[in-house]
Design a protein around this ligand. Structure first.
Ligand SMILES: [Zn+2]
Ligand SMILES: [Zn+2]
Length: 396
């Protein structure tokens, strides 16, 4: 490519030093190089709703991509069509759920690579905030607390899930804890007893939504209270509420928010988004179905990642993509892209392959309970990713 963006030093800024990692892991993390190759200043403006499919490479495909990259290096500016032809662009809809070849879809923007949070930016940010408590002689905190807020309907509290690959039967919150155990492997995840906002000393503003007449809590009021109720060995705390949340007086609703300063966040899942409120079809959720379970697991892990200092990702289709609607949130993958995964791994210290190997049977069991495309695709993705990591394919 010949661009300053593709120098090894730049790759280190993007993904950190990989030299101490097992070779197999390096291969996965090295897929991040495509970001540098494609964020070449010569590419120019490309429609952001297009993405590039990064495939698990065998040698033949590797050659094809090399050729395409060569073709792309001749592109000058504002050459959307040329870029499309040269780099095999595809629209990033979810029609391709059955396509198991692709591992990551590169998001193409004309922004420089450091527009999105690089590994180095993330590290300086988190190192600085970790430094202060360490100076007060506190050890590194490695516990994540989950705090259920207020009561939940009986179809939630009485639900049971058979996850045989992970030790048998779980109730709803046990299932969430198990998912968190795997996703944040290396941390300890603890579930706190429910807290009743009215009976507690928490001062949380609430309102009745003007259309639905449903109670909503002001999300930002939770941060300090959650922080205070977190046991002293906690790194972060994530609240879960059935009751709706709202972010500002003017806005209708928010799915969830996390606040790094207080290491606390909260999300809700009780109702449909009032933005889509339709008096004829609107109804409260009365059962846990696949879509709901997918949304819960997605939002829970996404918001918790924010508490590990991860910002929104603009590199790949990734669990850390920003979402502005329920549909957008649901359409994003539950897996982190190489750059975001590297940040989480740096803190949690997990082995990438063994984490994926734990996640696979767990999500397969969930996909048997809820055989929706999102879970089925996730299982296929994990299989393909594990296969790629264990194969002799080389991407460098
Ligand atoms: Zn977010
Ligand atoms: Zn990412």
């Amino acid at each position: 490519m010949g661009s300053a963006f593709s120098l090894p030093h730049t790759h280190r800024l993007l993904i950190g030093d990989l030299s101490t990692l097992p070779e197999q892991e390096q291969k996965l993390f090295n897929l991040s190089k495509y970001v540098l190759d494609l964020k070449n200043e010569k590419i120019g403006t490309v429609s952001p709703d297009l993405s590039i499919k990064i495939v698990a490479l065998d040698e033949k495909k590797s050659d094809e991509i090399e050729q395409k990259k060569c073709a792309e290096s001749h592109v000058t500016i504002n050459s959307v069509d040329v870029s499309c032809n040269a780099i095999d662009l595809e629209t990033s809809d979810n029609e391709n759920l059955n396509d198991v070849i692709s591992l990551f879809y590169l998001l193409v923007t004309n922004k420089p690579y450091y527009f999105s949070q690089t590994f180095s930016q993330w590290k300086s940010f988190t190192d600085f905030s970790i430094l202060l408590p360490l100076m007060c002689c506190q050890g590194e905190k490695r516990k994540i607390y989950i705090q259920p807020v207020d009561s939940f309907p009986s179809f939630i509290t009485e639900a049971e899930f058979n996850i045989n690959s992970y030790g048998g039967s779980f109730d709803f919150f046990g299932l969430l804890k198990a998912m968190m155990d795997i996703y944040f492997e290396g941390m300890t995840v603890n579930l706190l007893p429910n807290i009743d906002v009215m009976q507690s000393k928490w001062k949380i503003k609430s309102r009745l939504h003007h259309k639905t007449q449903k109670k909503q809590y002001f999300v930002q009021d939770f941060y300090k209270s959650l922080q205070k109720s977190m046991p002293s060995d906690g790194r972060c705390i994530m609240g879960i509420s059935w009751t709706d949340l709202y972010p500002t007086e003017k806005l209708n609703f928010v799915l969830g928010e996390a606040n790094y300063g207080t290491m606390s966040g909260i999300f809700c899942f009780g109702r449909y988004e009032p933005k889509f409120y339709d008096p004829d079809t609107h109804r409260d959720i009365t059962e846990i179905n696949g879509k709901l379970m997918w949304r819960i697991l997605k939002v829970l892990t996404h918001e918790t990642c924010h508490l590990f200092g991860l910002q929104h990702c603009w590199y790949f289709q990734c669990a850390m993509n920003e979402s502005n609607s329920m549909q957008e949130a649901a359409s994003q993958p539950i897996f982190l892209c190489p750059v975001c995964l590297r940040k989480l791994q740096h803190t949690c210290g997990f082995d990438v392959l063994s984490r994926y190997k734990k996640m696979l049977p767990f999500l397969r069991d969930i996909s048997e309970i809820y055989p929706i495309p999102e879970f089925l695709h996730s299982v296929k993705w994990l299989k393909k990713c594990i296969e790629f990591i264990e194969s002799s394919a080389n991407v460098t």
